[in-house]
Design a binder for this molecule. Sequence first.
Ligand code: BG6
Length: 494
Amino acid sequence: MSSPTSSPTSGPAYAADLVVFGGTGDLSMRKLIPALYHSDRDGRLAPETRVIAMSRGGLTDDDFRGKVDAEVRDQIPVDDMALWQRFLGRLHHVSVDVGGADRSGWGALTRLLAGHEQRDRVFYLASPPRTFGPFCRELDEAGLVTPQSRVVLEKPLGHDLPSAQSINDEVGAIFDERQIFRIDHYLGKETVQNLLVLRFANAFLEPIWNSLWIDHVQITAAETVGTPGRRGYYDHAGALRDMVQNHLLQLLTLTAMEPPARNDREAIRDEKVKVLQSLRPIAGGEVERFTVRGQYVEAGGMPGYLDEPASTPTTEMSRRVETFTAIRAEVKNWRWAGVPFYLRTGKRMPYRRSEIVVQFKDVPHSIFPGGTPNRLVLRLQPEEGIELHIMAKEPGAGEVTLKPVPLSLSFGKTFTTRVPEAYERLLTDVLAGNPTLFMRRDEVEAAWRWVDPILDAWKADRALPEPYPAGTTGPAGAHELLGRSGRAWHEEEL
Ligand code: BG6
């Protein structure tokens, strides 16, 4: 299976042992276990496939199954108890002390995997990136890395280019690049995969998908949530590392890439890397002109970033970190010359919405007053769908009045099949050994290469991020970023 768009319900994979480091953590309990249950229900897990959670927790298999039963069953929710019991039977737990003197956990894992060397082995590292290297070394020392093994790395992959390179080196010392699956869960979302189909399986878009017809592109990932309880992570991350370096740049690459010669893992990733390499660097004095940083402050009964409940104290880093950013990017190539790509993401915005808006140019000569240019909206969240806004005449005698109306495709309404969660799709692909929707080393590093100079300039800037009231669309600077050229963010009510 090499198609990025083939159905995730296609056939069961081979028997596999999926070992999840950080197996009792938030990601595992909220995303991975539910995704695996759905895969099982849809017949995509081979009968022998096992899920082995590793943590420091000191749990037995039964304790872990009880924990999953108590914490996950209602989230899904489960309608077939017999199937749920069968699924729980696949779960195991091994306690491990990474880098510590106690080697018993590695012995227990070795015994559990012994005799199953022919199975696909997937080591899923849902743990902080500093543990990636040590885990891989420990696995190697324990002799657990077989030719059929794969390793899955969760983001963030480092905090800048050198740290990403060193993680890639450490993991690359044990696993071949073909065995390494770097997750960006945005790539598992239906609309993201549909973007490739929309662009490359329809003839009408390609001739107008360029600077002759497109005025600009907006990529927004707005969230209503704040960062309660996450300050320890978020102070060091900020919106640029947390969302732009990975999710938003991935959306940009898929929007801007050239048609690949084949629907093939390397052909698609080759084209994506070229886009990242064509991004015009933003550095030094330009950073102030082309980027905006914001931090939400208390408003409408919602706390500001600095007042969110946290287990770590407020520091200078907390005051300086951005919870919102907007950037004017440019892809320097023939197709996109002069077309700005505006990126925007923030916490505590008034709505939860992720979308790509392709804003077309105005008609070359207008014979009707009141027209607005066409717009294509690819919505990832909250409801996945595609809308093409065209001009139509409002019915009625008398003067011709124009109105933009959407031709709209709602996945939920058009297709009756369940839309799988991003992690379900990605886990299916890992188990099938298909890396198309995962980031290659050169992609991750090219993204950091573009982001690092912005981070450096922000670090050197003594100004704090612009405050914006919680529940609003970001600081004034974000609106000026587009306003300067007579443009505005797409804020249409859903
Ligand atoms: C994660 C970020 O990668 O993506 C979070 O670390 C963010 O801060 C999340 O909330 C958003 O994902 P989604 O799928 O809800 O848009």
